[in-house]
Design a protein around this ligand. Structure first.
Ligand code: FO1
Length: 307
């Protein structure tokens, strides 16, 4: 069994690659970008992974359903409602179904399982908790949900802190811990360490399990040099006082991962990373084509086969 700890847009490529190359794959997606809007419970990272594995993700945007229309959004705008978070019409159907099930008392993991089966996804997608956790950022005009910062305010505000609201009281999903325990390999996707992976590995029971299995954990760097392959990883790392580099990634994951895959161009960080007791593997980590997703997945699976 292989477990992938994942975010959304930065992680779906490796999730897709592994789903084609590994036999028994479990994905634990980020839940801290979940948000209530228009009475709907929206889970962007769960949905990006689900749509990606179902082959219906809009690859250009990196979120939502391909060829979706936005009639609902246009009508919401006409009615003077919030329309900064663009929900496609097909995507809307999924949020409605999920919210109805949740309102009937079903858990997030139950609904996630139901949806992935409906969309013929064979990979199990297991949220680390059924409770609501949300990443919030502190700005000069107060704190706000990360979606409000990233989408509504187009990341234009200064931020001084990033926190996971609700993490202390969130109950971990025992199944997620069990999957990690029973996995011969746990991969940390090249997602944003602060906003995508951070909330998952900050759940004490998940962290404890990863610590005890750190020799079986391989993280993939989301950065080349000091720049993120995509998204705001570099910015968020600096805000949290973490060096924006593969070394910063290594330090951030040092207690939970003994292995790190970095870019073939990042020789200059090797010595410092080794001082942390972390094994380094160097290859192409940019996944532009679906073939790249498969090549990187095979590369990672081969590390384990050779060990
Ligand atoms: N990202 C945007 O930049 N603008 C949007 O309007 C937007 C809508 C949206 C709707 C559903 C969904 O699942 C994701 C959506 N995203 C949108 C992506 C999302 O904000 C982030 O990329 C993830 O939360 C990052 O983990």
């Amino acid at each position: 069994m292989i477990t992938l700890i994942a975010g959304g847009t930065g992680s779906v490529k490796i999730a897709r690659g592994l789903s084609k190359t590994a036999d028994d794959l479990i994905v634990i997606p980020n839940i801290a970008d979940n948000i209530w809007l228009h009475g709907l419970y929206i889970c962007p990272d769960i949905d990006t992974i689900t749509y990606g594995l179902a082959g219906i993700l809009d690859k250009g945007r990196g979120w939502g359903v391909k060829d979706d229309t936005f009639v609902f959004m246009e009508q919401m705008k006409k009615l003077g409602q919030d329309h900064w978070f663009r929900i496609g019409d097909k995507d809307l159907a999924l949020h409605l179904v999920r919210t109805n099930f949740l309102n009937e008392g079903k858990s997030l993991s139950w609904v996630t399982e139901w949806i992935r089966k409906k969309l013929s996804v064979s990979t199990t997608i297991m949220p680390a908790s059924n409770d609501h956790i949300e990443t919030r950022v502190e700005t000069p005009s107060g704190d706000m949900h990360i979606q409000e910062y990233w989408v509504k305010n187009r990341a234009e505000l200064d931020i001084s802190n990033i926190m996971y609201k609700g993490i202390e009281s969130a109950k971990v999903n025992a199944k997620a811990v069990e999957f990690i325990k029973n996995s011969e390999l746990i991969i940390i996707a090249p997602g944003n360490p602060i906003s995508s992976i951070g909330p998952i590995i900050s759940l004490p029971a998940i962290r404890k399990e990863l610590e005890s299995k750190k020799d079986n954990v391989i993280a993939i760097s989301p950065l080349i040099g000091n720049k993120a392959v995509s998204g705001p990883a570099s910015k968020y790392m600096q805000i949290m006082g973490i060096e924006s580099s593969p070394f910063g990634i290594a330090s951030y994951y040092r207690d939970i991962a003994s292995n790190l895959v970095i870019s073939e161009f990042d020789n200059e960080y090797e010595n410092r990373i080794r001082t942390l007791g972390i094994h380094i593997y160097k290859t192409n980590i940019v996944m532009e084509q679906s073939q790249d997703e498969i090549i990187l997945s095979n590369y990672i699976l081969n590390i384990v086969n050779k060990a």
